[in-house]
Design a protein around this ligand. Sequence first.
Ligand code: SF4
Ligand code: SF4
Length: 256
Amino acid sequence: MSDFVQITRADKHRDVEFYRMAERMYEEIWNNLLPQQVLSNGLSNRIETNVITPPDAPIPDCLTCGACCQGLICVGVRPTDNVDPELYWDVTTEAAEGEIVVDRYLRRNAETLACIALEGTIGEHVGCTVYETRPIMCHHFDAGSDRCHSIRRAFGIEPFLTMQEMFEANEKLDTQPQQDDPSTIIRNAEIKEDEEGGRLTVTALMKDGTLRQVHSYDPEEEVWMQFEFDGLRLSELDEKVKLKQASPQKGVTRFL
Ligand code: SF4
Ligand code: SF4
């Protein structure tokens, strides 16, 4: 049997309050930006899976940009990330036996709402003060990815697409082959109490909008490492759980 570990929190946020706050931050930032032209959600974060950006497009210089470090509010931190606890918020949800940490995010600068670790002026000169120890999520966001270019356009750092380019981009996105059945891919998940027995379950919101109980959850018996449910296939879930249970490293659940 593994122990469930409650992470000590530097700052307390209930999930409901936190996501409301995050939504307000998004609105405050995105209301002041230019139209996105093509949605940034669903665009690739990695160059190798770009759909819109031509392969020979020059890679933008992050040091004169910083748009993603301000525009993307919920930058997750995993237990395996070596991030100073002063730099993140833990977000908890309430369960039968007390609190469970479900998420961990980089804090935001109260004035600019940018990541707390960003210094400088967006679109001019910026730097990441924790570059060597930045979270894996930051590593996984490529300069030059479709999403990078989309955010840069919203910040006015690079020119808008022409009408023709936008048309072609949307067409390419629309004709992307559906690789998986959306009813088997998880968009989000949370720990819920079973209505009958009060047991905890992991309930997932699937890509097609349906809800599914995907795992019964016993904090006394299981250790789940923090990971992103978003994009996870049902067929991969069991493997994940076993992996987590077998892992000597202690951790928490994570939902994006
Ligand atoms: S939006 Fe792109 S270029 Fe700008 S900082 Fe982020 S990754 Fe770098
Ligand atoms: S940790 Fe660094 S790279 Fe990551 S969002 Fe913050 S400033 Fe940007």
